[in-house]
Design a protein around this ligand. Structure first.
Ligand code: MTE
Ligand code: MO
Length: 264
């Protein structure tokens, strides 16, 4: 029995160490991730379930991501991915009215589907945190985020016992050109959704969250990589499976080969 545990631990250790040393190895080291046949990426994909199990088993569920002091804020916050989705008419209309008509919907496996105005969200208990954002493209920023705790918002909608994941739906469309546009979406399990540092951010570095960084609401899941920080969120849907979204892998980038857990 103890031998079984030992070998399982060793196995988990390899998965976790392999993934995190890649993440720490810095700038422009990640180009290989776009190469579908790259052995490292295939390893990461296979290690996905393993690192998820490993982190869930080894890291306490509520362990906090490191927080920094104001003097450590650097680079502002470098906008990446979509930075102005005003090509989507619905979003352009919201910008034109300074987001007064914005509503955040909470739907899916909840007892009481809800929708919140920005003022309602801003009037709920707020939390600020200075954290590091790590993009798999090989850069990171340290910035201060302010927002409403997602757990408190979900509680109002009363998640059903069958809810396993939160899917975050965004306004912006990716692709275009030769490929059909695909809406950006992301997801997390409910452990990350209820993590004390997981917030619906409306403030960045003590200012209103700019369009480039996801106005009016972007989610911060501080123990996850950059692509798991969805911007321009309009709906949070609680589900028991990702099968009916995109290509079924739980996020836009996951549908394009990134791992789902994306933990750091
Ligand atoms: N809706 C949406 N969310 C998104 C993206 C995007 O293109 N669209 N890009 C992701 C990636 S890869 C990163 S690194 C961060 C960038 O956040 P920033 O623009 O605030 O720096 O947002 C993430 N969330
Ligand atoms: Mo990223």
């Amino acid at each position: 029995m103890s031998q079984l545990i030992l070998s399982r631990r060793r196995l988990l250790g390899v998965g976790a160490a392999g993934a995190s040393s890649l993440i720490l190895s810095g700038c422009d080291q990640f180009d290989f991730l776009t190469n579908r046949n790259d052995p490292t990426r295939n390893f990461l994909e296979r290690a996905n379930e393993l690192t998820y199990a490993a982190q869930r088993a080894l890291v306490p569920h509520q362990a906090l991501a490191r927080e920094y002091s104001p003097s450590e804020i650097r680079q502002g916050m470098r906008p990446n991915g979509s930075t102005d989705p005003r090509d989507v008419q619905e979003y352009a209309d919201l910008v034109a009215t300074n987001f007064t008509n914005y509503r955040l919907s909470v739907t899916g496996l909840v007892e009481t589907p809800m929708s919140f105005t920005l003022d309602e969200l801003r009037n709920m208990p707020a939390r600020s945190q200075i954290t590091r954002h790590d993009c798999v493209e090989g850069w990171s920023c340290i910035a201060k985020w302010t927002g409403t705790t997602l757990g408190a918002v979900l509680d109002q909608a009363k998640p059903k016992a069958t809810a396993k994941f939160a899917v975050y739906h965004c306004y912006d469309q990716m692709g275009g050109g030769l490929s059909a546009p695909e809406p950006y979406y992301e997801s997390s399990d409910l452990i990350d959704a209820y993590h004390p540092q997981t917030i619906l951010a409306y403030g960045l570095n003590d200012k209103t969250l700019p369009i480039a960084n996801g106005a009016p609401i972007r989610i911060r899941i501080e123990r996850a990589l950059g692509y798991k920080q969805p911007k321009y969120v309009h709906t949070i849907e609680l589900v028991d499976s990702f099968a009916r979204f995109g290509r079924g892998n739980g996020g836009y980038w996951e549908d394009h080969g990134y791992e789902w857990y994306g933990g750091i």
